[in-house]
Write a protein that binds this ligand. Structure first.
Ligand SMILES: *Cc1c(COP(=O)(O)O)cnc(C)c1O
Length: 386
């Protein structure tokens, strides 16, 4: 096997602990759906799905029929279910129904298509009505709810009303609470309508990670957990709420699943006043030693970390010097003795007593951290460790 320029390690015990913590927060009843869109947030969809199944997870959510096909390839248990929350092309509908893959419906025309296809395939279409509650992304408006429910009731031989759901618009931030509370009220009101029509979905669900961890009123029959299962807090607000609720000063019940490593490619002495790498963004203020790292922005290391990021070598932080190039960057190792070609370099993770967390890339918003992990290239080999 030809060696790749970096390696990703996934911790089975960290994942197990994260699901245990999430289960503690939501109680024994709700189904945990593991959200594995975006290549399982960059962790590697096939590897990650198998790890989650080992933890007892039997429900997976994705953003497209393509991702659903990737999950299906990885599943080892017959009773594991797949749910598509996003794009489902009409030409994939027959495959989806054939394989009993569940999907969101947010437009009445999709119900009519589902009926047609279900009849052709000879199997029920398993649908989740996604409701418009104020997020204004996808969602069926209230005034089409009655029509949709009556349609499903009439065609219950071919359409299974599996779920009714919505998604909150930024519940991880306390600043959005007013809008979130209105969404929750709107959803509850819609459910009342459905009750009046005497035709109920099997499950109701609204909660993502932040909702499941901090807002119990949003936890219904199923939770859709992305961020938290990977050991990442959705935001500082949610972590602080957890501390408030538990009365602790510090706690780390969520464990980072991912470690990303590479190795030193070259070591070079640089004289005072010389520039390092392309252009003039870094000038040596003294004689220094730099290590060359065989990773760049094409490998998922953000260009925004030019002159700002850090890596770990020999258990010490080595700052990025100069620009992140397409497949290489330099770090200052003047303060780290005896660095040689082939030494271990940690890009994300722990080395001796020091850790580079995913959060450390930006304290501003977890969206950026999600962006970083979800862009880790599929080609990097993933290995499961204890
Ligand atoms: C991505 C996504 C989730 C998971 O969100 P996290 O905050 O990462 O847990 C849940 N529901 C929907 C509809 C999503 O798109």
């Amino acid at each position: 096997m030809v060696k790749h320029s970096s390696r990703i390690y996934l911790s089975q015990s960290a994942l197990k602990q994260n699901f245990r913590f999430i289960r503690e927060k939501i109680g024994p009843h709700p189904i945990i759906s593991s959200v594995v869109k975006a290549n399982a947030f960059g962790h590697g969809i096939g590897t990650f799905v198998a790890m989650a199944e080992k933890c007892g997870i039997r429900h997976f959510s994705v953003a497209s029929s393509y991702e659903a096909s990737k999950v299906k390839e990885a599943l080892a248990f017959d009773d594991s279910k797949i749910m598509i929350m996003g794009i489902l092309y009409p030409e994939d509908l027959a495959w989806v129904v054939e394989n009993s893959i569940e999907f969101f419906v947010f437009d009445f025309a999709q119900l009519e298509n589902a009926l047609q296809v279900a009849k052709q395939v000879g199997k029920s279409a398993v649908i989740h009505l996604e409701m418009e509650t104020g997020g204004n992304r996808t969602g069926l408006p209230l005034d089409e709810l009655e029509k949709a429910v009556r349609f499903m009731k009439k065609h219950k031989k071919h359409i299974r009303f599996e779920g009714m759901c919505t998604h909150f618009a930024g519940i991880e931030s306390l600043a959005n609470q007013f809008r979130i509370q209105r969404q929750l009220k709107a959803f509850q009101n819609m459910y009342k309508w459905v009750k009046k029509l005497k035709y109920l979905p099997r499950v109701r669900h609204t909660a993502c990670s932040a909702a499941a961890l901090a807002f119990p009123e949003t936890v219904m029959d199923l939770v859709r957990i992305g961020t938290a299962q990977f050991g990442m807090w959705p935001s500082p607000d949610i972590y602080n709420l957890h501390l408030l609720q538990t009365g602790k000063v510090r706690d780390s019940p969520l464990k980072r699943v991912l470690t990303w490593k590479t190795d030193v490619m070259h070591v070079k002495q640089v004289k005072k006043d010389e520039f390092v790498g392309y252009g003039t963004s870094y000038q040596a203020s003294r004689d220094m030693t730099v290590a060359v790292i065989p990773i760049g922005y094409s490998n998922g290391f953000p260009r925004a970390l030019s002159n700002r990021g850090h890596v770990l070598i020999h258990g010490k932080k080595a700052p990025v010097t100069g620009l992140i190039n397409m497949n290489v960057f330099m770090v200052d190792v003047s303060h780290i003795p005896d660095v040689v070609v082939g030494d271990d370099v940690v890009l994300i993770g722990k080395q001796r007593n020091i850790t580079i967390t995913i959060k450390s890339f930006t304290e501003i918003s977890n969206a950026v951290n999600n962006e970083l992990v979800s862009r880790l290239p599929t080609a990097i080999p993933r290995r499961v460790v204890r």
